[in-house]
Write a protein that binds this ligand. Structure first.
Ligand SMILES: [Zn+2]
Length: 297
């Protein structure tokens, strides 16, 4: 053994022994995260909260999706607005969190969360045949739309843009249509991933919360469509407009006019289709409307 290697070895042993002997005192244990709503069902948005002032950052994962936490302005609580996709199979799931605390210590939290079944309906409906069996030209547009949407959903703002609770986007009767398994023209089978409002053509549609308009253009199935990015992977989507009153890149606040409802795209008649997605998971807008986000600051 050469002299310098021997010295390095001694140094390593002493350093290791020293770090064990001088380990920092263990900080107080971190309380368990709370989920609202407490009963978790397929399609439900979930506000996850951890109250611990000594946290400096959190990484998390749940149902194969990355959780993005942000601190309250007084830094006494951390929040993530997440959710369970409508097609998630009910059963046990695991919430995993990695916390970094002031002073450099870390904590792992592993919490079991049961996903309960939601009871959604089945419906049959009729639309123009070109929406069930699109031709080659139409397939081209559908593919182009898919690429645009993929781009939009991959570039969410790195901080929450929403403020307070979500508000209903239109003064029109809501229907209990989210999660319905639908058969179009006796063939196409799909799950309805939004909520329909019986809005006459020309009804004013408003932003459900503040954010940035990341899409405002006609798409094949969606018709004239507006998508708002609310940050950290959360989006609201408005379809079938007869008129746009916003443009892509525009910042909007809760209740701001986005356009007028209509019957463009794949519809059986005039209505507003309103959808909410988080990291690609389709969430029930009606459940998001019931979630009190006003205490989150
Ligand atoms: Zn719809």
């Amino acid at each position: 053994m050469t002299g310098s290697r021997f010295l390095r070895l001694i140094f390593f042993v002493v350093f290791s022994a020293g770090s064990v002997a001088q380990a920092p005192p263990q900080p107080a244990s971190v309380p368990a995260p709370s989920l609202t709503p407490a009963v978790v069902v397929a399609g439900s948005p979930e506000l996850i909260r951890i109250s611990a002032p000594e946290i400096t950052s959190i990484d998390g994962e749940w149902l194969h999706r990355k959780l993005e936490f942000f601190a309250s302005s007084d830094r006494h609580a951390w929040y993530a607005l997440a959710g369970v996709d409508v097609e998630t199979v009910p059963g046990p799931s695991t919430l995993q969190l990695h916390l970094r605390l002031a002073g450099g210590a870390t904590r792992e939290i592993i919490q079991a969360i049961e996903i309960h079944p939601a009871h959604y309906r089945t419906a049959t409906l009729s639309v123009a045949p070109r929406f069930v069996s699109p031709g080659p030209e139409q397939m081209k547009q559908i593919e182009a739309d898919r690429a645009i949407k993929k781009q939009v959903f991959a570039a969410s703002a790195p901080e929450p843009l929403w403020h307070g609770s979500f508000r209903t986007p239109v003064h029109a009767p809501p229907t209990d249509s989210f999660g319905t398994r639908r058969v179009f023209n006796g063939k196409l089978d799909s799950v309805h991933t939004g909520m329909d409002f019986r809005a006459h053509t020309g009804t004013v549609v408003r932003a459900g919360n503040s954010g940035v308009v990341v899409l405002a253009r006609p798409l094949y199935y969606e018709g004239n469509c507006v998508i708002i990015d609310h940050g950290l992977g959360l989006y609201s989507i408005y379809m079938h407009f007869s008129r746009f009153d916003v443009h892509e890149g525009q910042h909007v606040v809760t209740g701001q006019r986005l356009g007028l409802s209509g019957a463009t795209g794949r519809v059986t008649g005039p209505h507003l289709h309103w959808a909410v997605s988080w990291q690609g998971a389709h969430l029930d807008p009606a459940k998001l409307l019931k979630l009190n986000l006003n205490p989150v600051h």
